[in-house]
Design a binder for this molecule. Sequence first.
Ligand code: KIV
Ligand code: ZN
Length: 562
Amino acid sequence: MNTGCKKYVPFTPVSLPDRIWPDKRIERAPVWCSVDLRDGNQALVTPMNVQQKLEFFKLLVDLGFKEIEVGFPSASETEYEFLRALIDGHHIPDDVTIQVLVQAREHLIRKTFEAVRGAKNVIFHFYNSTSALQRKVVFKKDMQGITDIAVTAAKLIRQLTDEFEGDTRFRFEYSPESFSGTETDFAVDICHQVMVALGATKEDPIILNLPNTVELNTPNTFADQIEYFIRHLPDREAAIISVHPHNDRGTGVAATELSLMAGAERVEGTLFGNGERTGNLDIVTVALNMYTQGIDPGLDFSHIDHVRDMCEQYTRLQVPERWPYAGKLAFTAFSGSHQDAINKGHEYMRESKSPYWEIPYLPIDPADVGREYEPIIRINSQSGKGGAAFIMDHNYGYHLPKAMHPEFGAVVQLECDRTGRELQAEEVLALFTREFLNISEPYALSRAKFYEEAVAGSSANITHFSGVLSMRGKFVQLESRGNGPIDAFFGALGQAGIEGYSFITYSEHAISMGSDSQAVAYIQLRAPGGRRIYGVGTEHNINFASVKGILSAINRFENGKF
Ligand code: KIV
Ligand code: ZN
């Protein structure tokens, strides 16, 4: 028995038996605040330099962030320099508020006020740690001692704001850091005392930012804490409730979504979840999750590959291939049954003209995030018959009849097994062309003509065929007639001694090839011995396309392609 786990003390959830959040829905986007340039940056092996931070800031503005935490200017020279570069270089749009973080300590607070001089809109964000563990182990203070730190800082911030010269509009944010490990009643009390010290009002509300600094339990327990906090906070209207989830248990997204259901109005996080340890909350995922529920997140991820590439470049971290929405494999289906269903979904959308996105296995239209359908289906030995047919249809305009899918799928599968890798779309086309299309050995028509003859007293015509067939290097003149072109041609084949084939099915459509348009005919024959075999022909004229399709099927059989 492994008793190692006994050293961990289980989390004690807040008691909220009458919780109402589980029945709530997320109905609108929260205020988003990016902390990429602070929490994200401080967690990088090589933090960004001033130029990189300026470029990242511009990216965040372009994505639509209106609140951006730009750093910890009292903590490092680079952070200070970056902030000054932003302000002095006039890089901050009027509708964007920069946020600066500072510990609840006097000299750092004073330095931070100096650092923001000249900015138009500032969120002055201060914090101290409040959890039972931090009080005991790090600060060695009781609740009152911790409250004093926060309230003293709040009073100083109020005073320095009142004395501040210039046009800067200040708003305030307080974080009881390690909130999730803090007794929730204590968190309410300390936050309320900070609100009073700062003079928060409904007109000028404080942001109370409740961090899941370390995820300690399942996301529902965090949502309980948020609902409990909101229900017990006096002057609720004088506060904006913000959450700042981290991802230690891998449930940062879930904790955020449940906390929004529990009443949070603002979310702090980073792009793709960069941040301390296992990261901050991934804003991209939460925003696009909302998008797929019909809610405009207010952030623009319509070029997600670009956003991912930029983040990878600045952070030197890789977004994993299976990351929601942004991973390189996020829109790739390997399994044959998934591919079939996606294929059917596309067909359904095309035929029904449904205004809704109704494609199984694809919770979002890849085009909405600037991704393409092309890489959705990858052809490997697991992909089954539908995948290859989808590629032929979607990429090249060949609508292979259903009955042909297994035969073509088997050819593709064989090639995957032979090469031991997945096939690119062009390789699928090359296989189709090599194995099915206009196959002209051993039999090919070198000249051919069809003409119709009216039959007296009948509405049906007789079709005449006349042509020259090349048969293993010999040329044979053929003349025959039938009740249609296919019938007439079969008659001619009999004359040439090519026997034992009968016609099963036929389908055709037009296909554009560059500026040209041609007919494609898919012909299924029963070959000697009963075997069913497909051949495909293309020509400008549908009759000749059919004849070529018949010869392709026969030639495939003669060549042992079955
Ligand atoms: O994770 C955290 O608690 C923080 C605070 C400073 C907001 O980053
Ligand atoms: Zn954090």
